[in-house]
Design a protein around this ligand. Structure first.
Ligand SMILES: [Zn+2]
Length: 77
């Protein structure tokens, strides 16, 4: 699956391990949190205080400004 169309992939890079978390906007809006498959970092969307930023989520790269990162690492590696 080596597509050149990187820009087609929706998601964000994990701030912890830089793993690309592939998640679509509907997915992101539909759940309160999600987890990095790379390191197990739990990322929680702070939707109450970021109502306006929900629009910014259409540019998911901005999303990291508006989410809370919970360090919940799994020791398995
Ligand atoms: Zn990670």
């Amino acid at each position: 699956m080596m597509n050149d169309k990187k820009s087609q992939r929706q998601g964000l890079n994990c701030p912890e391990c830089d793993f690309f978390i592939e998640i679509s906007i509907p997915q992101l809006l539909g759940c309160d949190d999600f987890m990095c498959a790379g390191c197990g970092l739990a990322i929680t969307l702070d939707r109450q205080s970021s109502r306006e930023s929900m629009e910014a989520l259409s540019q998911l790269n901005v999303a990291l400004d508006n989410i809370n990162i919970l360090k919940k690492k799994y020791s398995a590696k």
